[in-house]
Write a protein that binds this ligand. Structure first.
Ligand SMILES: NC(=O)c1ccc[n+]([C@@H]2O[C@H](COP(=O)([O-])OP(=O)(O)OC[C@H]3O[C@@H](n4cnc5c(N)ncnc54)[C@H](O)[C@@H]3O)[C@@H](O)[C@H]2O)c1
Length: 434
């Protein structure tokens, strides 16, 4: 059985299925197509399937011309019909893993994907989970569902692996294929098949001894970021009081060639990963009577940051004889980080809400996000549009995300006061870093 799938992978005859055609699934699809495989994409969002068929992009950095090229190979198809998964030799799952309202892991996407695939599992297939999740998900959640309906045994009749996704959307230095990929599985055969598959598209695969180790690796990477960002956010508050510029300090500190890695403060954490993933471990750790104090503390500090930015804005307005109530405020950047169109968990929305609660009139400017789509937490902003800045004047411009394509120096000229949370404009009479 193993020789079959290995040969198919080697000869690029294996058909790859990618479930979840979002920020992670689409770039992966592109890589497998480029490597010569046939790829079938699966998604529950029928609108996305339609758009893909017409080579219409819904993710800025996987643009329409890339989709046209993929479609032109004749080796890409997209469907919401999961019965077709039985025609795939390897199936990669990259569906969302958010938190519930109670801040617990929301496994519903992984569970429903497994349930959709389960009736069509056949001997010799490989299933690789890429969604970020707590250690144990592959063996405790995914495998039992696939086994139950198929009456087949995981790691015996079909292969299973976990390989965390390290995609960094729009990173100019690294892309899916040039980021080393960790692969873990619970048997030598499953690991061999998964490694063989990823070796065809990734510069280097790093194997670990179990799926849980691979799941833990991803969480460690994101906890590392969350904790370090919280540390510089806290240092920002302290240095601000001392009249020291944290960004200048970091620039100087990073000249040390060893033992230091720069992290930068901001208005709070955003994105689908860093604010969420650490709490997957917190939840699982409870099962072992362990507390995750670093994670909790980092979460507390990072969650406080938007409140700090508003507090500093109020202080600065006050000292200049300005009043928040009724003031015109321009929020610059609503994406969660620069140069992407992803709004998930963006702290900009919390800033927006807090400013409005204090009576400010808020407009936003973000060329990457011309329209605010429906979001779970902030439905009140659905349909709001990025404003053109021509002829505009504001009391305050608050830079929350600093895209490279935005001229922040020009924006600073439009406002009496600039609150710069990203070190985007040089120091000036009307510029306050917060
Ligand atoms: N976005 C990133 O930069 C990034 C980086 C590393 C890891 N991850 C992880 O990868 C996973 C996917 O994230 P993403 O950013 O690609 O999410 P996404 O929301 O961009 O894409 C997920 C896709 O899955 C689809 N989907 C939802 N339920 C489904 C189901 N039952 N069956 C089939 N399709 C379904 C959605 O319609 C969507 O198209 C998450 O676990 C995330 O934490 C994301």
């Amino acid at each position: 059985m193993i020789a079959d799938i290995l040969r198919k992978i080697q000869d690029r005859k294996a058909r790859i299925g990618v479930v979840g055609l979002g920020y992670v699934g689409l770039p992966l699809t592109k890589e497998f197509i480029n490597a010569g495989f046939k790829v079938m994409g699966f998604d529950v969002d029928a609108e996305k399937i339609k758009m893909l068929k017409k080579s219409k992009s819904y993710i800025k950095h996987i643009n329409s011309s890339l989709l046209e090229k993929m479609n032109a190979t004749g080796r890409f198809s997209a469907t919401d019909d999961f019965s077709k998964s039985s025609t795939c030799d390897a199936i990669i799952i990259c569906v969302p893993t958010p938190l519930t309202h109670n801040r617990e892991p929301d496994m519903s996407y992984i569970v429903s994907t497994a349930e959709s695939l389960a009736p069509y599992v056949r001997k010799g297939q490989l299933f690789s989970l890429e969604s970020t999740t707590y250690p144990g998900t592959t063996t405790e959640v995914l495998c039992p569902i696939l086994e139950k309906k198929s009456k087949l045994k995981a790691n015996k009749d079909f292969y299973v692996a976990f390989s965390p996704e390290r995609e960094d959307p729009n990173n100019k230095d690294f892309s899916t294929s040039t980021i080393p990929k960790v692969v873990g599985a619970d048997t030598a055969d499953s690991l061999k098949v998964a490694k063989a598959m990823y070796d065809t598209i990734i510069c280097r695969t790093v194997t670990v001894s179990s799926s849980a180790t691979a799941e833990a690796t991803k969480l460690v990477e994101n906890i590392f970021r969350s904790v370090n960002i919280a540390m510089v956010n806290e240092l920002k508050l302290i240095f601000d009081k001392m009249g020291i510029d944290i960004w200048e300090v970091i620039e100087a500190a990073k000249t040390k060639p060893f033992g230091f890695m720069p992290f930068y403060p901001g208005p709070g954490l955003g994105g689908h990963c860093i604010p969420i993933d650490p709490f997957y471990l917190t939840w699982k750790a409870r099962e072992y009577n362990c507390s995750t104090r670093f994670i909790e503390l980092a979460g507390e500090i990072n969650t406080f940051m938007p409140y700090y930015v508003i507090q500093r804005t109020l202080e600065e307005m006050n000292s200049r004889g300005m009043v928040m109530k009724g003031s015109k405020i321009l929020l610059v950047g609503v994406a969660y980080k620069k140069n992407v169109d992803d709004l998930r968990e963006s702290p900009s929305f919390m800033l927006w809400k807090l400013l409005e609660e204090k009576g400010a009139k808020v407009e936003y400017h973000d060329p990457f996000c011309p329209l605010v789509p429906k979001t779970r937490e902030y439905p009140q902003y659905t349909g709001k549009k990025s404003v053109s800045l021509k002829g505009k004047k504001y009391d305050v411009a608050m830079i929350a995300t600093a895209h490279d394509c935005v001229n922040h120096k020009e924006i600073a000229k439009l406002a009496k006061l600039v609150i710069d949370t990203r070190n985007a404009v040089p120091k000036g009479r009307n510029v306050v870093k917060a």
